[in-house]
Ligand binder design. Structure first.
Ligand code: ANZ
Ligand code: ZN
Length: 823
């Protein structure tokens, strides 16, 4: 076959069809001997299509999976769509198309026009689409299992409400007070909602982090989100009253510096304590603070004095009690001892309200700002002179022994708010019966009715299908559009048979994605309609071996996934507690210096570039931009550079395609073995960019020394490059006369012998100055006399020696020979 110009458009389509027909990448999940489950984060099919950021994520993950395949693993690499949820629904509203119709359209486009072009190992027989009834039936089933285990609970609590998405949000979906999806400012509402008790698992979520191989940044983000905080609770007696206020502090060492007390507006005592003169202002303030978002609350330092005082238990001093909304009701005890000398929020509050600021830890300048660091205790009675850590210990001991408080622990993690007042999600499979509620009846959870009137939908009635509603848009009245559909609403009570009503909220999208990886292997099993995951196949394939995805999911998706897995484990549905053995976060691909977004108009559609340069070049270019965990800036013009590189590979293999030599020069043999060894190490640690650089270096060398290259070298080269450029290498593999696929070969073994250099380069100096170099066979470097002889024969050395007499020679074997002569 003659070698033409490198033209990916002629080869990529062709090979895609051949691989599909030959099921080249298919793994028999039942028979596989060395299972390796390679997972990537499935996309929301809710935009114009995939952008290059997806190709970056998927390309890196697929490259790793191909590497594992060549190493002999049976790699399962599924793909699907996270198609339920607000993102899809909002997109549908914008387009004016029903979400169901839109999702049918977008998933087809994503799959057929984009994902299939990437040349990835995706096993489309195991696709999961979260909005399919045969999937969400099991999402509902999981909800019911959690309810039955006492882990799903309906309760009234202050929740974050997005006025634009017209639904409540989970804590994790509120970023600095703004809705994670639409960027509107979130407000607080007091509503009755379904929660999953993820807080029951705080300790396990923390402790298990030590047992899994995850990116350090991801683990740290989870740890910080869970926010374990050691501190002390201390009671402050209210003056002239029987009440006391319990505070939570992480800095009991500063207690002598407490100059006022702050309680949250929602605190039980807020109204009770305020004296006649101040109560009107207090009532007004409490009402006002209800309208304010949590961020505004923690930033603005507003508040009112209650008129009441309490007594500092260590100094006996009176301290004024204030109500202020920078203290949150949902954390600690909802009350703090304010130490303006050493807490910046208290400092600012004291400045505005002209309250005392006292220094009790030395080391800063409290006239300028609070000193938050550690130091020596001052103005602290018998504790003066102690360091902060000792101070915390001694004062906590004192507080415990005098029975005015105790050491304690707090976590920042809150229960997972799971209900959404929206349409496009799995209906929460619960039924409420008024008749039962009035009699205190309801479904028993662990032998007890905990939530009167509530029953889970009998499992035989699953799925609770989402009706096709023409009018599906959110109404904003605190209920889902499903609430106005009588046919949906009406149902008989599973307890008493009377007329009851369905829950009309749907569940959070993050529930859909918390278990999708458990479904993939089982989608084809004969009992996929009867079980969410087949026990045998699940045991064989899970937990996931490698998961690659964006770090923006470190606290939401990845934390929820771990929680759901732990809960299913504790209910004996699976035998592992952690869903993913190894997780690696990849960086972000930006464009023109900024994150890609439609409003900025800098979203790059990979199709355009794949049309011009081929999928291989686009995949490789992205992986070459920078370290995989960092990402980088996509340059429209640089893709062509990778296309040219593949063109050079094409030429180099073309030149050598006919020769049948089977003996490469030692230089080439060393180089190919070094390349294999480097690429192997780099791929294992996802250093794609340096692996690609090594391929380039080798290609240069081999192109220049074409006559030294043999068939074996070319074959090895194509096999290892196949993980990065699956189409190009497959075509070249055929063109050098191979009959089977390059993708069913084995990763070549490094011949360690050949890595050892056979020659040493010795530096020759005259009076310490470099005058030449010598190449000497390693076997001869210890024979000093012969090295000296060869050195003296070098033209340049002869010139510098001239007629002078050699006084002595200093030789470091294999490295340097210094010839010393008279000046
Ligand atoms: C006195 C003090 C002195 C504090 C000092 C800090 C520095 P983490 O680490 O997040 O647990 N705090 C306690 N409950 C609060 C609430 N409901 N709303 C707002 N702030 C609250 O933080 C604990 C610290 O945050 C506590 O320690 C308390 O202020 C404040 F020099 O108590 B500290
Ligand atoms: Zn009933």
């Amino acid at each position: 076959m003659e070698f033409d110009r490198y033209d990916p458009s002629k080869i990529e389509n062709k090979w895609r069809k051949v691989w599909e027909k030959n099921t080249t990448f298919k793994v028999d999940l039942n028979k596989a001997k060395k299972p390796f489950y390679n997972l990537m984060m499935f996309p929301y099919p809710s935009g114009e299509g995939l952008h290059v950021g997806h190709v970056y994520a998927f390309g890196g993950s697929d490259t790793y999976a191909r590497f594992k395949r060549l190493q002999g693993f049976d790699v399962f690499e599924p793909m699907g769509f996270d198609s339920f949820g607000i993102h899809s629904e909002n997109y549908a509203i914008k387009k004016g198309i029903h979400p169901k119709d839109l999702i049918d359209e977008t998933t087809t486009y994503f799959r057929e026009e984009q994902l299939k072009r990437l040349g990835a190992l995706f096993d489309w027989d195991h696709q999961v689409i979260t909005s399919d009834p045969d999937y969400y039936k099991w999402t509902q089933w999981i909800f019911i299992q959690l309810f039955k285990a006492g882990l799903a609970e309906r309760k009234k609590s202050p929740v974050d409400w997005c006025p634009s998405c017209k639904t409540v949000l989970a804590n994790e979906q509120v970023v600095n007070g703004y809705c994670e999806r639409c960027n509107s400012q979130v407000v607080q509402k007091e509503l009755e909602q379904w929660f999953f008790k993820i807080t029951k698992y705080t300790e396990k979520l923390l402790k298990n982090l030590d047992t899994i191989d995850w990116s350090a940044t991801t683990k740290l983000m989870q740890k910080n989100w869970i926010g374990k905080s050691y501190g002390t609770e201390i009671d402050f007696k209210v003056k002239d009253s029987k009440e006391k206020i319990r505070v939570f502090t992480t800095r009991p060492d500063t207690i002598f510096g407490t100059t006022f007390m702050v309680i949250a507006p929602e605190h039980d005592l807020a109204l009770k304590l305020s004296t006649a003169k101040y109560s009107e202002a207090t009532v007004a303030y409490i009402a006002e603070s209800k309208k304010v978002s949590e961020v505004e609350r923690s930033q603005a330092k507003t508040g009112v004095f209650t008129g009441a005082y309490c007594i500092n238990p260590v100094t006996g001093e009176d301290i004024p009690i204030w109500v202020a909304d920078y203290v949150l009701s949902g954390y600690g005890t909802g009350a703090i001892m304010a130490v303006p000398g050493h807490d910046q929020r208290d400092w600012e509050f004291a400045k505005v309200n002209k309250l005392n600021i006292v220094e009790v830890i030395s080391g800063g300048d409290i006239k300028k700002e609070a000193f938050m660091g550690e130091g020596k205790l001052v103005n602290s009675g018998k504790f003066n002179g102690l360091g902060s850590v000792e101070g915390i210990n001694n004062i906590s001991d004192y507080i415990e022994s005098s029975k005015i408080g105790k050491r304690t622990l707090n976590y920042h993690l809150r229960d997972w708010l799971i209900s959404r007042q929206r349409y496009w999600g799995p209906p929460i499979p619960m039924i409420y019966c008024d008749f039962c509620a009035r009699r205190g009846k309801g479904e028993k959870v662990n032998g007890q009715v905990k939530q009167a009137g509530w029953y889970s939908v009998p499992e035989k009635d699953l799925p609770v299908e989402l009706p096709y509603l023409k009018d599906y848009q959110p109404k904003g009245k605190g209920v889902s559009p499903l609430a106005s559909v009588p046919d949906f609403l009406r149902v008989n009570c599973p307890g008493c048979g009377q007329k009851a009503r369905r829950e009309t909220d749907v569940s959070d999208t993050f529930l859909d994605s918390s278990w999708y990886f458990m479904r993939y292997p089982s989608t084809r099993s004969a009992r996929s309609g009867q079980v969410p995951f087949e026990p045998g196949i699940t045991k064989k394939w899970l937990p996931v071996d490698m998961y690659i995805g964006g770090n923006e999911h470190a606290v939401m998706h990845l934390l929820y996934t771990r929680f759901i897995t732990m809960a299913l484990h504790d209910m004996n549905h699976i035998d592992f507690e952690e869903p993913v053995k190894k997780f690696r976060a990849h960086g972000l691909i930006i464009h023109q210096g900024a994150k890609m977004s439609k409003s900025r108009g800098n979203v790059v559609n990979p199709n355009e570039f794949m049309d011009s340069y081929g999928a291989d070049a686009v995949r490789m270019y992205l992986l070459f931009i920078g370290p995989y965990e960092l990402g980088g800036d996509f340059s429209d013009r640089a893709v062509v550079g990778m296309y040219r590189f593949l063109g050079r590979v094409w030429q180099f293999v073309g030149k050598n395609s006919k020769q049948q030599r089977n003996n490469a020069s030692s230089q080439i043999t060393t180089a190919i073995n070094k390349l294999i060894s480097k690429v192997e190490a780099d791929l294992e640690s996802l250093k794609f960019n340096t692996a690609i650089a090594a391929f380039m270096e080798f290609t240069n060398l081999a192109s220049k020394n074409s006559e030294d290259v043999d068939q074996t070298t070319i074959k090895k080269f194509l096999i290892i490059l196949s993980v990065l450029a699956p189409f190009t290498t497959e075509e070249l593999w055929q063109r050098i006369g191979q009959k089977d696929s390059v993708h069913i070969q084995s990763w070549p073994k490094v011949e360690t012998d050949s890595l050892i250099e056979k020659e040493a380069t010795i530096v020759v100096q005259v009076n310490g100055k470099l005058r030449g170099t010598l190449k000497v066979a390693r076997s001869k470097i210890s024979v000093q006399k012969s090295v000296e002889g060869e050195a003296m024969d070098l033209e340049n050395v002869k010139k510098y020696l001239g007629a002078r007499k050699v006084k002595k020679t200093i030789y470091v074997a294999g490295k340097v020979l210094n010839i010393v002569v008279d000046d």
